[in-house]
Design a protein around this ligand. Sequence first.
Ligand SMILES: *[C@@H]1O[C@H](CO)[C@@H](O)[C@H](O)[C@H]1NC(C)=O
Ligand SMILES: *[C@@H]1O[C@H](CO)[C@@H](O)[C@H](O)[C@H]1NC(C)=O
Length: 232
Amino acid sequence: MDIHLILICLLYRLVVCEPQCSKFDYEEKTLEKMIRTEILVEQVVSDIKQLKQQTNDAVKTVEKMKTELREGYQNMHSENALKLEEYKNTTMQEWKDRLEIKPDVLFLSKDPTTQSPSNNKPIIFGTTMYDMSQSYDNTTGIFTSPVDGMYAFTAQLCLNGGNEYIHYTIVANGQHVANSLLHGNNFCNTAQAFVVLLKGQTAFVMRRSSSMSPLRKNSDYEWCTFSGILIH
Ligand SMILES: *[C@@H]1O[C@H](CO)[C@@H](O)[C@H](O)[C@H]1NC(C)=O
Ligand SMILES: *[C@@H]1O[C@H](CO)[C@@H](O)[C@H](O)[C@H]1NC(C)=O
């Protein structure tokens, strides 16, 4: 009788038990929960990936901006440096020009190397009495300006005899700056010129035309000379 009752009771429980107590139901719920969790995790992972990508992009943008800024700054800096250097160069050059202590330029050379100088060639005054800046070449007759400046040049020529004559000129930087004629009773005369020469430009005395052997040579009393001085 007792066993019978227990059996009935068991059966009843098996058949009538509430659905939530079922093992299948529990597993189904767990599965569902797991799937939902998985989906959530995937979402989170994807979000993280996206966030990472966005962060990377942002970092790249910032890097790019940094590079651009640096380049911009460098360009600006070098442009300014160039301008400053230009300014410094011109200002310094101006002051240098103003403050420059010019060398003493003064020379005198005499005694033409020949009585019959060639046409349109420098007359060579071979004996240099002084030449403070070593600017007159007594083998070519050419003075070469050592600095920019205003110069004075003087040529004195003396005739060999009463029947001689010579047309001559001082040539400075390729230009005739003092044309003269010496003849007859004027035994000596001088020609003078004031000129501006740049450094490296030349000056010399040149025969234009003459009688056969016009120049007086090696006389103690009458000197043929070429001289020059830097005035300023
Ligand atoms: C400035 O002067 C220096 C030295 O003479 C030269 O090398 C440089 O090129 C000059 N710079 C400018 C911008 O003129
Ligand atoms: C020629 O010029 C050089 C350099 O100035 C000088 O040393 C030399 O003594 C000169 N020659 C004559 C003959 O004056």
